[in-house]
Ligand binder design. Structure first.
Ligand code: FRU
Length: 325
């Protein structure tokens, strides 16, 4: 039988300063450890679209069998992704979209739906009446566009709920905080702040604290498990709720393997979302702790296997030196 083929997968990540992106990569690496024939070539662009375009070109030049990309902004990254795709190299787009259908597979939760569910949830919390501030993600990135549109549509049946202000936080905590500090006079008027992710929600909380505003409820998106993640912020009462936004790291590697083995795959891989608040956060945290522990077990087993392999190989070498084999 021919030796299994070795595949080179290029992964172009828009940035990796936050916990969510780190956790996407960790998921990918864990899944990759089950597939020793797959090699990941990783580049991250520090949230800069020009840098990311350059890095995709570098990946192309280095030679890859498949590209996984989470594009910083849709339009600037579209031509280079199309270039890759037109060369016959399969492309998996994760989380953020490009402005074209020239990709093989898209993986992500429905960001329009996330915004819409958030809008309806907020209207329910405020009993159909109140003022809201929205902290928007990077304006040219697809999740910001879709969450914003969804949120507006979710609120549309509730004329008593007003969007008092929209500020740009560009997905970054400090930027969210700074943007809200600038409109600190409006903060006391807000009953609720909806931030497009949890780190910006945390920034919003700090801006409120600074302005001496305590009554404002804050909602985010991501609901990451682990230390400092959204689940912890909800259970600790820092946030009223967060909408789950899975990273898709595991699915990206699984789908890559499918594509490289010429198995058919639907164009879109939908990930699930749900509202995490005080009613279900405990269950969510228990479940994710359990998964984390299982993952630790798997990693331990893999280390033990590697160690056994090492011992086995050195014993074989020894027998060979002694002339026994
Ligand atoms: C991480 C992040 C998430 C957000 C997603 C949107 O970099 O900002 O918090 O849900 O990207 O693309």
């Amino acid at each position: 039988t021919p030796a299994p083929r070795h595949f080179r997968i290029g992964f172009s990540q828009c940035g990796d300063a936050d916990h969510w992106r780190k956790s996407m990569l960790a998921e990918m690496q864990r899944e990759l450890s089950f597939h020793p024939g797959m090699e990941l070539i990783y580049k991250q662009a520090d949230d800069n679209s020009d840098v990311q375009v350059k890095q995709v070109k570098e990946l192309l030049a280095e030679g890859i069998d498949l590209l996984i990309i989470s594009p910083n902004e849709a339009s600037p990254l579209t031509p280079v992704v199309e270039e890759v795709y037109n060369k016959g190299i399969p492309v998996i787009v994760v989380d953020r979209k490009i402005a074209s259908t020239k990709y093989t597979n898209y993986i992500g939760a429905d960001n329009y739906e996330i915004g819409k569910i958030a809008g309806e949830y907020v209207a329910g919390l405020l009993k159909g009446k109140g003022n809201v501030i929205e902290v928007v993600g990077l304006p040219a990135s697809s999740p910001a566009i879709e969450r914003r549109r969804g949120f507006q549509d979710g609120l549309s049946r509730y004329p008593g709920v007003q969007i008092l202000a929209q500020v740009h936080g560009d997905w970054v905590k400090q930027k969210s905080e700074a943007a809200l500090n600038k409109i600190s006079a409006s903060l006391p008027l807000a009953d609720l702040i909806f931030a497009h992710n949890d780190v910006m929600a945390l920034g919003a909380r700090e801006a409120c604290l600074k302005a001496g505003v305590q009554h404002t409820r804050i909602i985010g998106v991501d609901a990451l498990s682990g230390k400092g993640g959204g689940l912890e912020m909800v259970s600790g009462g820092l946030l009223t709720a967060s909408l789950l936004y899975p990273t898709g790291g595991t699915e990206a590697i699984r789908n890559a393997l499918h594509i490289l083995q010429h198995q058919s795959l639907p164009k879109e891989t939908f990930l699930q979302t749900l509202v995490v608040d005080s009613t279900n956060v405990r269950m969510m945290a228990l479940q994710s702790d359990k998964i984390l522990n299982q993952q630790k077990d798997i990693e331990l087993q893999q280390q033990m296997l590697a160690e056994q392999k090492r011992v086995y190989n050195s014993q074989r070498t020894m027998l060979y030196i002694l002339g026994i084999t």
